[in-house]
Design a protein around this ligand. Structure first.
Ligand code: ZN
Length: 123
């Protein structure tokens, strides 16, 4: 029997879920980036983490990160090159509010006012 897939940890969910091209043509379609793919891009391309650090942060093995990251970049490129709308939604994940003992970003969550506001809202 297959074990259920581990949920991917998301420490900073996207602020916006839809990006649309603006220009003289209308967008040519839609690319759907899953939230875990977004988190991979955020951690590696924005925060500058290595794939191994990203794996630890997201509660994944490194080989999974390699695949997710490659898919994410391919989708972003498709959106930029072909002028497609980019939606960020779906995927198998759980949002970390900093309360998870195992979260390597726990200190970062405590510093971040946006996170603590969200934490207060949830309580
Ligand atoms: Zn976290």
């Amino acid at each position: 029997m297959a074990r259920p897939a581990k949920k991917r940890r998301i420490c900073r969910p996207p602020k916006f879920n839809c990006f649309t091209p603006i220009g003289k043509d209308i967008p040519e379609g839609v690319v759907v980036l899953e939230v875990d793919e977004y988190e991979c891009l955020r951690l590696i391309d924005y925060e500058g983490l290595t794939q191994s650090e990203c794996a630890e942060q997201m509660n994944l093995v490194r080989t999974s990160v390699t695949g997710i990251y490659a898919r994410a970049r391919q989708k972003i490129a498709d959106s930029l090159v072909n002028g497609k709308e980019l939606w960020i939604e779906g995927g198998s994940y759980e949002v970390c509010e900093g309360g998870l003992e195992s979260c390597p970003s726990r200190k970062e969550h405590e510093k971040c006012s946006q996170c603590s506001k969200e934490r207060t809202k949830l309580q």
